[in-house]
Design a protein around this ligand. Sequence first.
Ligand code: UDP
Length: 328
Amino acid sequence: MRADHDRAGVLVTGGAGFIGSHLAEALMERGSNVVVLDDLSTGRYRNVRHLLDDPHFKLVEGSVLDLDLVRELVAGVDEVYHLAAAVGVRLIVDRPLQSLITNIKGTENVLDAAHLHRKKILITSSSEVYGKSRNGPFKEDDDRILGSTRKLRWSYSTSKAVDEILAFTYYKELGLPTVITRLFNTVGPRQSGQYGMVLPRFIGQALRGDAITIYGDGTQSRVFTYVGDVVEALIRLMNTPEAEGEVFNVAGDQEITIADLARLVVAKVGSSSTLRYLPFEEVYGDGFEDTPRRTADTHKLEQVIGYRCKTSLEETVELLIKHARETR
Ligand code: UDP
């Protein structure tokens, strides 16, 4: 990478992943030197291949569990976006131990390195921390309602909560500048349906003319947020001093049930796909619990950075269908 002292050096852990690669691109467009650390487990080389020839971009294949490597990379940059994590309900349920270790130990390592070298750090947590409460839209300080520790799904929520507490205590006790963000069902090009994420799965099924698989009765709802909006919010938060030591929901405001999402996708594709309802137990095993409603109160985000995630769901779905058709 070219030594260029007027450019900010930024480390993006998980930068070859879906959200991370969009963030890396946006940071490059803003004139940063970007280093991506990714173990290419769920991240993909092809997500960043188009950036590799740029002298201001560097991909390091390695893990956030490698503390020496993390320390070395953090030493060379000005700020850190920590996105590397095990994500997706499918992955968490199938590989709970590895997921827990990646999410907790990985974050601890990145915070340790940021503290050692006194670098500002933004942590990406998840709306999953709110658990199964129906009381949305959730405010950042709302209570969390979780199921039993025996239900593997909630281990992800707990690991992300531990990450948040770690980041918060590094800020409070050690004075490390940290910003904590909770992402809500982010969607966009490059997202894979392989780990359970609903929208790429529905679009793939609709394009193939396969039945759309709705888990449960389809009345559960979510807010889907376009990745470009999420990335813009993350960069603004990193650059806003008042955001330090705080936690922010990062989301749009268009709630939709999963059954309506299926109908929207089928209509937009013009597909002959039928809707097929599958019990949760059949998909994720006995005793699985889903989150019935997940919507965000985003007043805090708007107040602190003056920004709203504004791309409509219709626009997002159209864009993703176009993208999926082009890359088939
Ligand atoms: N879902 C579905 N069909 C699928 C994949 C997911 O009906 O093929 C449901 C899933 O059970 C959940 C919602 O869609 O109620 C969102 O799932 P996702 O895994 O994308 O995100 P999360 O559960 O973390 O909100």
